[in-house]
Design a protein around this ligand. Structure first.
Ligand SMILES: [Zn+2]
Length: 261
């Protein structure tokens, strides 16, 4: 007699959420989803990585290092679920630098991050939440990341990718300077943020002055503080910078709509 496989055959994030009847962000219970696809989640100290997955047949174990922020832990579990859906049959160990960075150099890790974002922040629910906030600023980011229980960095990347904020760019700075940036899809490539921070920018102050508070509201600034192309002096943009633990300083820029026409 053939064994009946109770597991869903389609592990795409959309079909998993549909099978489980998820209709609201707070119903996305990542450990319940893991259980549903045959995985148990264990917290244990891991020597060389932040999370890993081992499996045999239709069963497996996701291990995550304890002590992280709950939002980060949820993203790590969802990331490992991505490996389970797409890279089955391998033992995968993921370093903290692999998870949530949407790594350009590593296809496998980027695919797992994309899967995690789709599972924790499915477009239909996510865009509906974004549309509640007309402008992409820190206040909107906090509201959306609270609704989805996701980290500010992962949430902001998703907001940038959502097409709801066509003029938005996010830039990440660490002690060593600019780390990476991400721009809304329709922004022309020549609006590429400068490598060096303007010494009068809030981001500069946040990076170099441990007591400086986050920037409570977006402020207007000349576009040439952030861009050095020929057209920059013609425009004003808004900037808002804030600290993100484990990431450094993040800045949200909103360009003048004329800059992307
Ligand atoms: Zn990974």
């Amino acid at each position: 007699m053939a064994r009946i496989d109770p597991l869903p055959t389609n592990l795409s994030p959309e079909s998993l959420l549909q099978s489980l009847g998820v209709a609201e962000p707070r119903e996305i219970d990542i450990e319940a989803i893991a259980y549903y696809v045959g995985l148990r989640v264990k917290r244990r100290c891991l020597k060389c990585c932040e999370a890993m997955i081992t499996g045999k047949g239709n069963k497996g174990i996701i291990s995550v290092a304890p002590g992280g922020m709950p939002q980060r832990e949820r993203f790590s579990i969802a990331h490992e679920l991505g490996h389970w859906a797409m890279h089955r049959g391998e033992t995968v160990a993921c370093r903290s630098t692999d998870i949530g960075k949407f790594s350009k150099g590593n296809e496998v890790e980027r695919a797992a991050d994309q899967y995690a974002a789709s599972l924790l922040m499915p477009w239909s629910l996510f865009k509906a939440e974004c549309r509640e906030h007309r402008r992409l600023d820190l206040k909107a980011l906090k509201a959306v990341s609270a609704a989805f229980n996701t980290s500010q960095t992962a949430t902001l990347i998703r907001m940038i990718d959502s097409d709801v904020y066509p003029t938005a760019i996010m830039i990440s700075h660490g002690a060593g300077g600019k780390k990476w940036h991400r721009a809304a899809r329709g922004i022309p490539g020549y609006w590429f943020p400068k490598a060096d921070l303007h010494s009068e920018s809030f981001a500069f102050d946040l990076l170099h002055n441990a007591n400086a508070p986050d920037q409570g509201f977006p402020r207007k600034i000349d576009a040439d503080a952030w861009f050095d192309n020929w057209a920059a002096p013609k425009y004003q943009i808004t900037e808002q910078s804030f600290r993100v633990p484990g990431e450094g300083v993040i800045t949200i820029l909103n360009l003048d709509p004329d800059m992307i026409r």
